[in-house]
Design a protein around this ligand. Structure first.
Ligand code: ATP
Length: 320
């Protein structure tokens, strides 16, 4: 394989730049040429393509976001849009494509493979950690660390005022960001889409902790469970304390990637190029038990994410 393309698609995630750098450098070091496609599938359809050399990715690993930028592209859902995408690949002589994104982006890659025989390799770039075939997705560790720092700041001021702090975090239908942040910040309650919850029980638990002498409480809400605003509203009807709601929002999508995400980006990027270089496509790359693995893209997108009930049990065992 002589020429490969590279794009980032869907929601951005810290660590995408480290993966871009790894793909570009390792491909060039293996004798390939690399074309960057800006704005995901939209850029592929609209021919927004740039050649990438080693210097084009210098100094980007420490930066959040994605230098190739990203987009959501409805045209990719139509055959006509995908035909235009393939025409761009043909125009540049691109034989293989690395797609960094979440499950939606992988569906797009799967279509390019099934319908047009384009070799694609997917790298899981999403803060949500919602892909079953990999233990971690790129950006999850950074997003959780950003949440932990923000919640720590909130806990300082909430303690001074003896408040109950309700914090909403992202994750779409997956509660992993909330679960990990909850354990790491000593939350009193974590509301997840995967587990039923009863607001009266949450309130009763907060009362119990106050009786034990606790002066501040933290309730972490995953966006897929209930809105933080609604949670705070319901708790206000059940508790006599000052209850404040905060949504961390897009702050958790940005910022300097953690060591874990930079290393993960490097490892996944290098493997993606190795696969394409040996003529293998239609795969997604991930990490299991700290080993880089790859799997058939169709199989990977069909797997349902399972909930880490052992970790949820850990949370319950260390809650007051
Ligand atoms: P994140 O998890 O961060 O949101 P994602 O990759 O799942 O990332 P989506 O918005 O679901 O984000 O998908 C990104 C893009 O992938 C879409 O805008 C669309 O262009 C393409 N895509 C999604 N689903 C399909 C599909 N079924 N067929 C073809 N292309 C698709």
């Amino acid at each position: 394989m002589k020429r490969i393309g590279l794009l980032t698609s869907g929601g951005d995630a810290p660590g995408m730049n480290a993966a871009i750098r790894a793909v570009v450098r390792s491909a060039i070091n293996s004798g390939m040429e690399v074309f960057g496609i800006r704005r995901g599938y939209a850029g592929l359809i609209e021919d927004d393509v740039i050649p990438m050399d080693k210097m084009s990715v210098s100094g980007i690993s420490a930066r959040g976001g994605t230098i190739l930028r990203t987009a959501r592209c409805l045209e990719m859902l139509e055959k006509e849009g995908r035909e235009r995408a393939v025409a761009t690949l043909k125009k540049y002589g691109i034989e293989g494509l690395v797609v960094i994104g979440g499950d939606g982006s992988f569906h797009g890659a799967k279509c390019l493979t099934e319908e047009f025989g384009i070799l694609t390799v997917g790298i899981p770039g999403t803060i949500d950690n919602d892909l079953e075939y990999t233990d971690f997705t790129l950006g999850f560790d950074s997003a959780v660390n950003t949440c932990i720092n923000a919640i720590g700041n909130l806990q300082d001021t909430m303690l001074s005022h003896e408040r109950v702090c309700v914090v909403e975090v992202m994750g779409r239908r997956c509660g992993d960001i909330a679960l990990y942040a909850g354990i790491a910040t000593g939350a009193d309650a974590v509301l997840l889409p995967e587990e039923p919850f009863d607001m009266k029980k949450v309130a009763a638990h907060i009362e119990e902790t106050r009786k034990m002498g606790k002066l501040v409480n933290t309730v972490i809400v995953a966006e897929g469970a209930i809105t933080g605003e609604e949670c705070a509203k319901q708790l206000k009807g059940l508790l006599p304390y000052d209850i404040r709601f905060n949504c961390i929002g897009h702050i958790q999508r940005g910022g300097t990637p953690t060591m874990a995400d930079r290393i993960l980006g490097a490892r996944l990027g290098v493997r993606a190029v190795e696969l394409l270089g040996s003529g293998v496509g239609n795969r997604v790359i991930g990490i299991r038990k700290n080993a880089v693995v790859d799997m058939d893209i169709i199989e990977a997108v069909s797997l349902q994410k399972t909930f880490d009930s052992a970790l949820y049990n850990t949370l319950q065992m260390i809650t007051m």
